[in-house]
Design a protein around this ligand. Structure first.
Ligand code: NAD
Length: 485
């Protein structure tokens, strides 16, 4: 074992200590309070109104999707490949407007980061190619395992990645042969419906059926619940906070649930501190930290904490003193939950609200030092405010990461050059995404290897969902034939 590394016994000790504190429970019920789940719809900007695939009524939408599914089943694979290709192109060629309207309508995030996220999804979401039939041959003949569509899927999507989640889900679901009804977040309905319209045009231009992707013009929690119970909906896929995950799990249908996270960024005594600071600031400030995988707190080993803070101060970060931390608490917290008015706002705007004016769009983050129990650490803030706390050593850092992640098993990051520490944290945190030595978004394939997904299903275990998760496995056996070797 290398110096400072962790052996098996120590790992087990950490896990049992933390599980004891968490009451042995993981999942959505341990979520800290976040305030009301839904904001009232805001007045629309000048977003183009799309009507292709957009329905006023949930029942009509489900019926249209069912008709489309029956057509899609008969569509050739070559046409389906072309449909997906056109969907990618539709978003890439409208990315500027989609990104701009998403910021304008929701009031969340950064236009330039939405451009990157939409582009990532358009280019790196797996399509039909990920679905492969497996064949087994032997003395008894042939067996095939095929991936068949479910039928009509319901997708409930967040306000934080509005068009990204639509494109990502739609590519996977349609590539797998399904049709999908979107019940999007009411605060993003304008841009989402326009995106659905564009995707339908793209599909039809490829020779695909009408209404393979449909949405509800004015989505509500009620329309979401109607669709969850609708007899034509076979499977429910939700991407959002704890309330919608709980609702989907109680729907009585198969549910794929992508819930909240609170990703820790551990920096140990072996990290390259300049690179660590750069990665953390890039990751935590992506789209003003509204992305579920973005670093939400930094856990620094005492030995390097001062040097790390020095490095962080060299980035586009405003480091707050304790007086301004108190001011910030007053502004962004409301009792035991986060004040939603500040979610996704620019760091410069939040700084101004605590008397630190003069910072523009270039300022990426507000940072401060607090202790582990501080609400900035415990809550999923979803804004460019990143707290840091110190711990004695790497074992304590990993234990703290497990605690503050609240058992979501969503995303964690580590800045380290010690292989034992990295593998210990991977094992202990047991997350859908674990990134070492880069920004959290490398785990989405943005500057990291691999495909992307914007529905990272930790509560139900699929991880980064793809078309494969939107299929049923079917076995087809042939006795005593087609065994040629
Ligand atoms: P949200 O939970 O407020 O809304 C998400 C969707 O669920 C919306 O369409 C909303 O209308 C619907 N909804 C909310 N409560 C509902 C209920 N009781 N019944 C039916 N539908 C309901 O979340 P948000 O603010 O849009 O997004 C941010 C949250 O989503 C964060 O917690 C973030 O971590 C999480 N998220 C997770 C992933 C992932 O892949 N795991 C991706 C993006 C966002």
């Amino acid at each position: 074992m290398a110096m400072g590394g962790l052996d098996e016994r120590k790992i087990e000790e950490i896990v049992s200590r933390v599980l004891e504190r968490l009451g042995g429970a993981g999942g959505v019920t341990s979520a800290p309070a976040r305030g009301p789940a839904i904001e009232p719809a805001k007045p629309k900007t000048n977003i183009p109104r799309g009507t292709n695939g957009v329905y006023q009524d949930a029942d009509q939408a489900a019926k249209a999707a069912r008709r489309a599914f029956e057509q899609n089943e008969k569509t050739s694979i070559a046409t389906r490949v072309k449909m997906v290709e056109n969907m990618r192109k539709a978003v890439l060629s409208n990315n500027d407007a989609l990104s701009r309207y998403a910021v304008e309508e929701t009031g969340l995030g950064r236009y330039e980061d939405k451009l990157s996220k939409n582009e990532l999804v358009a280019k790196k979401t797996p399509g039909c190619e990920i679905i492969r039939t497996r064949a087994y041959t032997g003395d008894d003949g042939l067996m095939l395992t095929e991936h068949a569509p479910y039928g009509v899927m319901l997708a409930i999507t967040p306000t934080t990645n509005p068009t990204e989640t639509i494109l990502n889900n739609a590519i996977g679901m349609v590539a797998a042969g399904n049709a999908v009804v979107f019940n999007v977040h009411p605060s993003a309905a304008g841009v989402c419906n326009w995106c659905v319209h564009l995707l339908n045009e793209a599909i039809q231009a490829a020779g695909g059926p009408r209404d393979v992707i449909v949405s509800i013009e004015r989505p509500t929690i009620e329309s979401a619940n109607t669709l969850m119970k609708h007899p034509l909906v076979r499977i429910v896929v939700v991407t959002g906070g704890p309330a919608v995950v709980k609702q989907a799990m109680n729907s009585g249908k198969k549910a794929i649930c992508a819930g909240p996270g609170n990703p820790p960024a551990v920096v140990d005594e072996t990290a390259n501190l300049d690179k660590a600071a750069d990665a953390i600031v890039r990751g935590a400030s992506l789209d003003n930290n509204i992305v579920c995988i973005a670093e939400k707190e930094v856990i620094a080993v005492t030995k390097i904490a001062d040097n790390l803070i020095e490095q962080l101060k060299r980035k586009p970060v405003l480091w707050l003193d304790q007086r301004h931390v108190r001011e910030l608490e007053r502004v962004v917290l409301e009792g035991d939950h986060v004040n939603k008015n500040w979610v996704g706002k620019d760091a410069g705007v939040i700084a101004k609200a605590i008397g630190l004016g003069g910072h523009g769009h270039d300022l990426r983050l507000l940072m401060c030092e607090v202790d582990e129990q501080h609400p900035f650490v415990q809550h999923e803030l979803l804004m460019p405010v990143l707290p840091l706390f110190r711990v004695r050593d790497s074992a304590e850092a990993i234990a703290a990461a497990l605690r503050v992640e609240h058992g979501f098993h969503h995303t964690a990051t580590m800045q380290s050059t010690n292989v034992e520490n990295m593998s210990a944290m991977a094992r202990v945190c047991n997350c859908s995404i674990f990134v070492k030595n880069d920004a959290s978004y490398a785990g989405l394939g943005l500057g990291g290897e691999g495909y992307t997904s914007f529905t990272i299903a930790s509560p139900t275990g699929e991880g980064l969902t793809t078309a494969l998760n939107f299929t049923r496995e079917r076995r087809c056996t042939l006795k005593e034939a087609f065994r040629f070797v």
